[in-house]
Design a protein around this ligand. Sequence first.
Ligand code: PMP
Length: 425
Amino acid sequence: MGKSEELFERAVKRIPGGVNSPVRAYGAIGMAPRFIKRADGCHIYDVDGNEYVDYIDSWGPMILGHNFPQIREAVVEACADGLSFGCATEIEVEMAEFICEHLPHVEMVRMVNSGTEAVMSAIRAARGYTGRDKIIKFAGCYHGHSDALLVSAGSGVMTSGVPDSAGVPKGCTQDTMTAVYNDLNSVKTLLEQAPGQVAAVIVEPVAANMGVVPPKKGFLEGLRSLCTEHGTLLIFDEVITGFRLAFGGAAEYFGVTPDMVTFGKIIGAGMPVGAYGGRKEIMEMVSPAGPVYQAGTLSGNPIAMAAGLTQLKYLYEHQEVYKELEEKGEKLYSGIEQILKEYKKPYHVNYVSSLGSLFFAENEVVDYTSAKASDTNAFADYFLAMLKSGIHLAPSQFEAMFLSAAHTDTVIEETLSEVRDYFMK
Ligand code: PMP
C-alpha cells in the first residue's frame, strides 16, 4: 500500500468521503486519490514520489504554471506584514482599480473568498437591482454550491449523479429556471413564461463543468439580445474563463458584453479568492453603498491580493501568453482528435484555447444531455491508463483539462504519445 492509500484510509474516517471537495475523489475510478506534496511548472508530485504532468492546474488558476516565482515571492513578502487585518488595505484598492481599468465591462468590483460566494452575491445584487426574483441557469453549468444554484448542476454533482442536491429546500430553488445550453429558444420560452420576472440569466460563457462545451456561434450574442429585450441582467460566470481565454476573459474573447461578471480562483492565483463586478449602478446596490447585504471577514485578504494582483499584472504585461495558450490548446486537442481519427475511435474532443475535454461519447457534445451520454466506464479506463503513464487528469468525464503557460511543446508531445499508445491497443 502506498502513502496515498494510507492517507486515504485515515482521511475517510475523519473527512466526509476522505476529501474536502468532491471533485478530488476518485470515486468513479474506484481508488484512493493521489495525495499531493508539491508542484512546480507543469508537474505535480504525490506523497509517494510519483511525478505527473498536471492537467488540473488547481482547476484553472495556475495559468502560469505551479509555484510561479514572482507570485511566490509576492506572497512571502506580504506575509512579513501580517496575515490578515480584517480592515481596509491599499492593495485591495489597487486590485479593484487594476481590474476596472483593464476590463471595460467592470466599473466596480467586490472581492469575496470563492467562486461560490461570487455567484451567490452577484445573483443577490442582480435581484436587488431589478427587483425581480427569478433567475435562469443552464443544465450542466456549475455555479458553486449555493442553494439556489444546485439545480441540474455540473461538476462534482454531475459526476456523483445528484445534480439537485439533498438538503436544498424547494423554496430555495423555486425561482431557479433551467434552460438548455446552446439553445436560445429554451431561454426565450422561459423569459416569455415569466414576463418581467427574471432578474438574471447566468451562464458559463464556455461551459466547463459538464466537460468543455463551447458556445455555438451566436449563442452568447443571442443571450445578450434576449436579456436586453427583457430587462434581464446577463451574468457571465467567468470563474474558469476569466483571465484565461483572454485578459478580458470570455467577454473579450467572444466580444459580448455582460452586465455582471463573476471570477474565482484565477483572480487569487490559487489563493481562496473570488470577485463579482459589473456596471456601477448595479454594484452600488451592494452594502454598505446600497441595500443588498454582502460581507466577508477575510475578503480582500492581503496575502491573497498580493498573489492575485501579481498574477494579473504579469498576465496583462505578457499578453503573448494568450496566443501561446491558444497554440498549445490547438496542438494538444487537435492532436488527440487526430489520434481518434487514425484509430477510428468514435469519440469527440471539444476545446476552446487552453480548455478541452475528450468525451467518450459517440455524438457531438453540445449540452447536458449529449454530455451525459458519455461512456464514463471508458473514461475511467482511460484515466487510469493516463495516470499510470504519468499524466494527471481530473478524475471525471465531466471536468476540463487545463493547460498552462508552463506546458512545453515537448511535454504536450509526450502526452500525445501516451494517448496514441492507449488508443492503438
Ligand atoms: N463557477 C464556476 C464556473 C466554477 O467552475 C466553479 C468551481 N470550479 C464555481 C463557480 C465555484 O467556485 P468555488 O469552487 O471557488 O466555490
